[in-house]
Design a protein around this ligand. Sequence first.
Ligand SMILES: Cc1cc2nc3c(=O)[nH]c(=O)nc-3n(C[C@H](O)[C@H](O)[C@H](O)COP(=O)(O)OP(=O)(O)OC[C@H]3O[C@@H](n4cnc5c(N)ncnc54)[C@H](O)[C@@H]3O)c2cc1C
Length: 262
Amino acid sequence: MRTIVCMKVVPKTEDVRFDQQTRTLDRSGAENEINQPDKSALEMALQLKEGHGGDVVLLSMGPSFFEPYLRLGIAMGADNAILLSDRAFAGADTYPTSYTIATAIRKIGNFDLVLCGEESSDASTGQVPPGIAEWLDIPQVTYLSQLNIEGSMARAKRTVKGGYEIVEAPLPLLASVELGCNSPRFPDFRRKRWAEKEFKITVWTAADMGVNPDKIGSKGSHTTVDELVELPRPSRRMQRITGSPEEEAVLIVQKIKEAFGS
Ligand SMILES: Cc1cc2nc3c(=O)[nH]c(=O)nc-3n(C[C@H](O)[C@H](O)[C@H](O)COP(=O)(O)OP(=O)(O)OC[C@H]3O[C@@H](n4cnc5c(N)ncnc54)[C@H](O)[C@@H]3O)c2cc1C
């Protein structure tokens, strides 16, 4: 069984700043990390591999600084990593992003599952996974928290408002995986050294993939960010309460009553 895990590298949420000039994310000075739901997608893929065999391929579209994060995924247990990296991919909205990733998935070929995170923590549209499924013309299950494979069928638990539903779909299938549905494993120490020093990441450019140049990057994008407004962070009122535990309790109750006007 071949599972392709789409992995995005994102700036840590607290480091996210906006560049008002270009209306894009300003990553300079930001610490990056693997998008958290994508780690859950990788954990799910590795557990499925333990049960069914096969291989796990990491796929990412982004600049070369994504490479160490792909190596981390390899150290966790993925078998292969492909980075789609080309200046022509820059400035992509979700339409060219999903088109470019879907084209790479076709090129990898022979896949049974494509796992994505439910959404990214930087732009958070959640549109890329359904977009990839549409380009590939395969079934999709979003906000999935559990996945069992029986023969050529997948049985999935997906979260809906107020509960969950169990759905079935034939393979090949694309699923977007819910944040926190599992505990992603730590990288294997010995594998980490090998992943960092010896593992070779495959890099594909636009020319390697034969993508339509009009459908990629900013040229292929259908949306532009027109205005970007950064909300001021809420200021916090802090007050230190001192006294015996009984006195502190009385004061806290008094403060709560004052706050809620009762
Ligand atoms: C401030 C800002 C606002 C934006 N607003 C919009 C907008 O309104 N509409 C729009 O179309 N675009 C918008 N974009 C662009 C958007 O960030 C890109 O299209 C981005 O490449 C993918 O969208 P996303 O991060 O929302 O992905 P999501 O759809 O939220 O990501 C879901 C999953 O898809 C996979 N995935 C996503 N991107 C990649 C990748 N590069 N490599 C591998 N896997 C990936 C991951 O598994 C991820 O967990 C905006 C960007 C910024 C900075």
